[in-house]
Design a protein around this ligand. Structure first.
Ligand code: NAD
Length: 499
C-alpha cells in the first residue's frame, strides 16, 4: 500500500504523530494508500528547515530565483501526464480536468517568473530639499499554506509560486484526501534547483493546522477551504500575530437574462455546474432565469443537455465527470438532495443511487436538477459542492441582481446577456468578488487576482497577481538625505513637513 510522507528540508520525512489518514480511490471506493498525519513536532521541523533555508534564498537576486521557477515549470510540464494521472486517482476528477488543475497552477508559476519586475519599488526624486524617498518589498520569512482537496495542484501553486519567488520559504499543508501531487511538486522544485528547505510539505489534518496557526516563526498563513474553517483560521492566525488570508466556500449564481444566447448559456452552465462533479469553488450550482419564458426555455434545454451527460471513471476520456472525493462527501450531497425534496423544491432529475457497472462501490453520483428553489431554503443557502444544479426563478433584473448580492457567499457570479448595458450595470452593482459576462467560470488569469467577498473570503488580500506579491512581502520605505545637500533650517524638535 502506498505511504505518503512529509517532505522537509529536501527529503521525505517519515516521522509524525503515529496517526495515519486513509487515501481512497474514488473510482472503486477502495483504500489505495495512507498518509502520515503531522503533529506539532513535524510542523516545527518543517519551520526550522524553512527558517534555515530562507535567508540564503532571499539573498539571491530575483532573476536567479526566477530561473528556478522557469526550470520548475519546465519539469512540471515534462511530468504532466504522470501528475494528472496521480491527481485523478486520488481526487476522482477526469484526466483532462486534472491537466487543467495543473496548468492553472503553472500559469501562476509563469507569473512568478516575472518576479524581478513585480518586486520593483517606488522612487521619488526630490521629495524634500535634498531628500529622496524609495520603497522596497522584502519577504516575510516563513509563510505557510493550507489547501483544500478540490485543486491539489493549482491552489498550492497559487500560494507557493508567489511566496517563494519573492524570497520566502514555505510550509505547505495540503488536503489529507489527495496528498500525493503536492509532494511531487515539492520534489520537482528541489530538482529544479530550489534549495532544500525552501519548499516543505507537512501532511495532516486539523492537528497540523492548529500547530501552524500558533507557530511563532510563521509570519503569514494563506488558507483555502470551507468557510467555517476559514473563519476560524483567520481569527486564530491573526490572534497569533500573523498576516492571514483565508478563502472560503461559495454558492455562485448564473443569471440568464431574456436576451441571452440560450444555446451558449446552457452549454456553459451545464459544464460549470457538473464539471469536476460540482466540486469547484467557482462551480455554478444556481441558475437564475429572468422571466417565465426564459425559465421554461432554459429548463427544457438544460434537461436535454443534462440527460446526455456521461458519468464514469476518472480515467475514461469519454465521460464528463467522475466520482466525488469520498463516501462521506457523497452521503452529504445525497442528504442535501433529500432535504431539497423536504423543503418543497421540485426534484427534476435525481442523481442518487447512481451506480457504475463494475464499480458499484465507487463514489459516483448522477447529475441532479432542482427547479422552483426558493431563497429561504437551506439547500439554497448552503454550499452543497456536488453535481446538483438549482433553478431559482426571478421575475425582473432587480430580483435577479438581489439574489447573489444578498447571499451569504460572494465568490463568483455570471450574467448571460447580449446587452452590454445590462452586463455593465450588473457587474458594477452585484455584491460579489468575481464576475463573468457570458463566461461561466470567471477564475481570473494568474496576473490578475483571485478572491471572493463576504463569507467567501476573510482578510483583505487576494491570491496571486500583484495582490499575492503584496501579501507575501512587506514594504520598507527609505527617506534619505546625503551630507552636502541643501538642508532646511527648521528645528529638529518639530515634525518635518513639506511647507
Ligand atoms: P476543508 O475546509 O474541509 O479543508 C481545507 C483544509 O483545512 C484542509 O487542508 C483540511 O485538512 C483543513 N481542515 C479541515 N477541517 C479543519 C478543522 N476543523 N480545523 C483546521 N483545519 C481543518 O475544505 P475541503 O473540503 O478540503 O475543500 C472544499 C471547500 O473549499 C469548499 O467549501 C470550497 O468552496 C472551498 N474552496 C474555496 C476556494 C476559494 O478560493 N474560495 C477554492 C477552492 C475550494
Amino acid at each position: 500500500m502506498r505511504e505518503v510522507m512529509h517532505f522537509v528540508g529536501g527529503a521525505r520525512l517519515a516521522g509524525g504523530s503515529g496517526r495515519w489518514g486513509e487515501i481512497y480511490d474514488p473510482n472503486t471506493g477502495e483504500i489505495q494508500g495512507r498518509v502520515a498525519l503531522a503533529d506539532a513536532a513535524v510542523v516545527d521541523a518543517a519551520v526550522k528547515a524553512a527558517r534555515a533555508a530562507q535567508p540564503g534564498w532571499a539573498a539571491l537576486n530575483p532573476q536567479r530565483r526566477a530561473r528556478v521557477m522557469f526550470e520548475f515549470k519546465r519539469l512540471v510540464e515534462s511530468q504532466m501526464e504522470a501528475l494528472a494521472a496521480l491527481l485523478s486517482s486520488e481526487h476522482g476528477k477526469v484526466l483532462a480536468d486534472s491537466r487543467g488543475d495543473i496548468q492553472r497552477g503553472l500559469e501562476v508559476v509563469e507569473f512568478a517568473c516575472g518576479v524581478p519586475h513585480a518586486l520593483k519599488g517606488e522612487y521619488t526624486d526630490g521629495a524634500g530639499p535634498g531628500i529622496d524617498v524609495w520603497s522596497m518589498r522584502q519577504p516575510l520569512g516563513v509563510a505557510a499554506g493550507i489547501t483544500p482537496f478540490n485543486f491539489p495542484a493549482m491552489i498550492p501553486m497559487w500560494m507557493f509560486a508567489v511566496a517563494i519567488a519573492v524570497g520566502n520559504a514555505f510550509v505547505l499543508k495540503p488536503s489529507e484526501k489527495d496528498p500525493s501531487v503536492p509532494v511531487r511538486l515539492a520534489e520537482l522544485f528541489l530538482e529544479a534547483g530550489g534549495p532544500p528547505g525552501v519548499l516543505n510539505v507537512v501532511q495532516g489534518d486539523a492537528a497540523a493546522v492548529e500547530a501552524i496557526l500558533v507557530h511563532p516563526d510563521i509570519a503569514a498563513v494563506s488558507f483555502v477551504g470551507s468557510s467555517d474553517v476559514a473563519a476560524r483560521v483567520y481569527a486564530t492566525a491573526a490572534a497569533h500575530g500573523k498576516r492571514v488570508q483565508a478563502m472560503g466556500g461559495a454558492k455562485n449564481h448564473g443569471i440568464v437574462l431574456p436576451d441571452a444566447d440560450l444555446d451558449q448559456a446552457v452549454s456553459d452552465i451545464v459544464g460549470a455546474a457538473y464539471g469536476s462533479a460540482g466540486e469547484r469553488c467557482m462551480a455554478l450550482p444556481v441558475v437564475v432565469p429572468v422571466g417565465a419564458g426564459t425559465a421554461e426555455a432554459l429548463r427544457g434545454r438544460l434537461l436535454s443537455e443534462i440527460e446526455r451527460l456521461k458519468v464514469g471513471l476518472s480515467t475514461d476520456p469519454d465521460v464528463q465527470y467522475g466520482p466525488v472525493v469520498t463516501a462521506a462527501h457523497r452521503r452529504r450531497i445525497e442528504d442535501y438532495i433529500e432535504l431539497g425534496v423536504r423543503e418543497g423544491a421540485e426534484l427534476v432529475l435525481d442523481g442518487r443511487g447512481f451506480a457504475l457497472q463494475g464499480h458499484k462501490q465507487g463514489f459516483f453520483i448522477g447529475p441532479t436538477l432542482f427547479d422552483h428553489v426558493a431563497p429561504k431554503m437551506k439547500t439554497y443557502q448552503d454550499e452543497i459542492f456536488g453535481p446538483v444544479l438549482q433553478i431559482v426563478r426571478a421575475e425582473t433584473f432587480e430580483e435577479a441582481l438581489a439574489l447573489p448580492s444578498e447571499h451569504a457567499y460572494g465568490n463568483g457570479v455570471s450574467v448571460f446577456t447580449r446587452s452590454g448595458q445590462a452586463a455593465r450595470e450588473f457587474a458594477r452593482r452585484v455584491d460579489v468578488g468575481m464576475v463573468g459576462v457570458n463566461v461561466p467560470i470567471p477564475v481570473p488569469v494568474a496576473y490578475h487576482t483571485f478572491g471572493g467577498w463576504k463569507r467567501s473570503a476573510f482578510g483583505d488580500a487576494n491570491q496571486h497577481g500583484m495582490e499575492g506579491v503584496r501579501f507575501f512581502t512587506r514594504v520598507k520605505t527609505v527617506t534619505a538625505r546625503w551630507p552636502g545637500d541643501a538642508r532646511p533650517g527648521e528645528s529638529a524638535f518639530v515634525i518635518p513637513t513639506l511647507r
